[in-house]
Design a protein around this ligand. Structure first.
Ligand code: HEC
Length: 132
């Protein structure tokens, strides 16, 4: 009796991880909300189009990966999230991302003024929320 309970428990735990894992594959983890950290769909669409290519765990450039990995953001501590979001707000304010080297070659990868405004609004709000 006790034993079958243990088996059931193991099976249930296994199922939980299986589903948690498969669900995670379906939705980009940047869309997931973790505590106060949230990325609205509208912002996420811009990130996917203009930022994610260089800032993801499989990106080619080690430097961009090390500085910012969108997939890892949701799992960071609040203090680290606040730090990253501050960096993001900074690059949006000074227009340094995506790097000029890239936008010179692909002008359509430049952030439009509207996109910069949308992302800045989100980043500044997040900085405030996470620093509380
Ligand atoms: C073509 C590749 C590329 C794209 C696209 C790109 N980045 Fe970067 N990003 C980099 C590289 C490379 C670095 C590291 C620069 C360095 O250390 O000098 C970086 C660094 C950063 C940093 C850290 C800056 C710092 O001062 O530490 C932030 C924040 C950032 N990027 C945000 C973004 C955002 C937001 C977007 C989209 C609007 C974006 N990046 C798009 C390549 C890219």
């Amino acid at each position: 009796m006790k034993r079958s309970f243990a088996y059931t428990l193991v099976a249930l735990t296994g199922m939980f991880f299986f589903f948690a894992f498969t669900l995670d594959q379906g939705t980009s983890s940047t869309e997931m909300a973790m505590g106060k950290f949230k990325i609205p769909k509208k912002v996420n669409a811009i990130i996917q189009d203009k930022c994610y290519g260089c800032h993801n765990p499989n990106a080619k450039g080690d430097k961009s990966k090390a500085k910012l990995d969108w997939d890892a953001l949701a799992g960071l501590s609040m203090a680290d999230q606040a730090m990253k979001v501050k960096d993001i707000a900074k690059v949006l304010a000074d227009g340094s991302m995506p790097p000029k080297m890239m936008t010179d070659r692909n002008p359509d990868k430049k952030l439009t003024d509207a996109e910069t405004a949308t992302m800045s609004k989100w980043a500044n709000k997040m900085v405030k929320k996470l620093s509380k």
